[in-house]
Design a protein around this ligand. Structure first.
Ligand SMILES: [Zn+2]
Length: 283
């Protein structure tokens, strides 16, 4: 019996409703570093929300230097590995493991969390613990990520019938009503909210017609719409970029963002705007 590790709820608020990920859909556990030497779970949430324009922190769970495990998106589709979000869970670790060492406490927490997850996931075993770089071109989680030690310490069974527990109930795949479906996953089913969801999932001019409802239901249920929406990646203007991710582009807000990204004495010069834009896009 593998115990569930203690997971702290950091009380993050997300800007949109998340899609439940079913244990049977999960194929891999993807390990990440944040590539920022100091950022904590709140910094990451702030960056993924205001910088990337996502609904909130992209990782499913987060492990701090001291080994505290925080809930990020939990059992919902994450935004951490482009192309794989609907079939993986992402664990983010504090630090930049191209330069810093992963702490012993992080390793221990990583073992506990991955071990427990494997025990909850019918299609996942120790082989399915991977680094971000194993799936897409990136250096994440960095050379100092202690992958071998992590994998060597996993004791969860590889092929037994595993009974998922403590996971949000999911909808019968049969309902054809978007309203019932949303209610079943505890999501606001009002017209107003469905309209927002429709916009997010690319269902145009949503008026709540039967055809639109079915289209929306399929998109949400299949989780095929990536949680990524990075905004206008072409524009050279930080104001236009912020508008493209529906963020306040006023000077005071840019000033706040600049401060968050360590751009000192922001006055809105062209050079500072370029720098801010680069940071916001995560490049
Ligand atoms: Zn990564």
């Amino acid at each position: 019996m593998i115990m569930k590790p203690k997971i702290v709820d950091p009380q993050l608020s997300f800007t949109g409703s998340l899609t439940v990920i079913r244990p049977s859909e999960v194929k891999k556990l993807v390990q990440h570093h944040m590539a920022q030497p100091t950022w904590d779970v709140y910094d990451v949430h702030q960056y993924h929300t205001n910088g990337n324009g996502w609904y909130g922190i992209g990782y499913n769970w987060w492990i701090a230097f001291d080994g505290t495990i925080y809930e990020g998106r939990g059992w919902h589709v994450g935004a951490h590995c482009r192309g794989y979000n609907e079939t993986t869970l992402g664990i983010g670790y504090q630090g930049d493991f191209t330069k810093q060492q992963m702490t012993n406490a992080q390793l221990k927490a990583g073992i506990a969390l991955n071990n427990w997850l494997i025990s909850q996931l019918p299609g996942v075993s120790v082989r399915d613990i991977v680094g971000h770089k194993d799936l897409v071109r990136t250096i994440c989680p960095g050379d100092h990520f202690r992958m071998k030690e992590l994998k060597d310490s996993i004791s969860a069974p590889t092929a037994v019938s595993k009974q998922p527990a403590d996971i949000p109930s999911v909808t019968p795949a049969t309902t054809t009503s978007i309203v019932d479906y949303l209610k079943s996953i505890n999501v606001d089913a009002s017209f107003r909210h469905r309209k927002q969801l429709a916009q997010y999932h690319g269902v145009r001019n949503y008026r709540g017609t039967a055809a639109q409802n079915i289209e929306l239901l399929n998109k949400i249920r299949n989780g095929r719409t990536a949680v990524y929406h990075k905004g206008d990646m072409q524009t050279p203007s930080v104001v236009d970029y912020l508008k493209s991710i529906n963020q306040d582009s006023s000077f005071p807000h840019r000033q706040q963002l600049a401060k968050a990204f360590g751009i000192t004495n922001y006055q809105g010069t062209a050079a500072q705007n370029q720098q801010l834009l680069k940071q916001l896009r995560g490049r």
